[in-house]
Write a protein that binds this ligand. Structure first.
Ligand SMILES: CC(C)(COP(=O)(O)OP(=O)(O)OC[C@H]1O[C@@H](n2cnc3c(N)ncnc32)[C@H](O)[C@@H]1OP(=O)(O)O)[C@@H](O)C(=O)NCCC(=O)NCCS
Length: 216
């Protein structure tokens, strides 16, 4: 501790410098995010959008971000991690929707409508990431170690659509090919493997109907 400084003054100074460092860190993180966003084929976020997501090009440099896209409508908030796993991956989010500290892992496309709420810690993944056959999975690891692109030909992948007014509860997982119908609700911790009809409430693993909601 510096001489002549009371403990309280020292703590106040330390707290201030930490706050300053935090702001600096946030500034550089945001700058880095914008640099990466500029590499995308299309990056469209309009006024009145809060975009604070980390964008990741997976595949050790084998994914071209310049073929991927992000479009977010007005009044929406996006926080979390957006990982592009394959060329031509796209994320479309409508108006007044919120993705709150969740992970979107995209190889083809994720489309989110208007007025959608996606809670904390959700995972939305439009592919299986690896083939079902063990020998082919081992080949994925060899490709990474040897710096080759991953072979996606045996990996099941299919776009995900989340329609207007859907509410997805905390830590839910949405898997490949799923369409979640408008106004429906996905319960906390659910694993959604199949389409959800409009106005349905689903929960559990695999997610099943546990109730229904209504239009007001
Ligand atoms: C388990 C898994 C690999 C199976 O993939 P798949 O063979 O393509 O499975 P399908 O999507 O065709 O589903 C087959 C059935 O299993 C069910 N199912 C699929 N995944 C499920 C899961 N994670 N939990 C519970 N049930 C599941 C489906 O509802 C379907 O049920 P049905 O027989 O009643 O129709 C896949 O669904 C999964 O969990 N993928 C994520 C893999 C992962 O975590 N990768 C991260 C990177 S390592």
């Amino acid at each position: 501790m510096r001489q002549g400084l009371s403990v309280t003054d020292y703590l106040r100074t330390a707290a201030m410098s930490h706050a300053w460092l935090r702001r600096l860190h946030a500034y550089y993180k945001r700058r880095k995010m914008l640099e990466i966003a500029q590499m995308l084929r299309e990056f469209s976020i309009v006024d009145k959008t809060l975009f604070r997501a980390q964008i990741i090009a997976a595949g050790d440099g084998h994914v071209n971000l310049d073929t991927c896209s992000i479009v977010v409508g007005s009044g929406s908030l996006v926080r979390g991690t957006l990982s592009f796993e394959h060329n031509d991956a796209s994320l479309r989010i409508g108006r007044n929707s919120s993705v709150n500290n969740s992970n979107l892992v995209i190889s083809t496309g994720v489309t989110i409508g208007d007025n959608v709420l996606i809670s904390y810690g959700c995972l939305i993944m439009d592919h299986n990431s690896h083939p079902l056959a063990a020998s082919l999975r081992q080949e994925d690891l060899r490709a990474v170690i040897e710096g080759r692109p991953k072979d996606w030909s045996h990996v099941k992948r299919s776009p995900i659509t989340i329609e207007d007014n859907v509410w997805i509860g905390v830590r839910a997982i949405i898997l490949k090919g799923v369409r979640i119908g408008c106004n429906s609700i996905v319960g906390a911790g659910a694993v959604v493997t199949k389409d959800v009809d409009p106005l349905m409430i689903v929960g559990g693993n695999p997610a099943k109907r546990i109730g229904s909601t209504y239009n007001d």
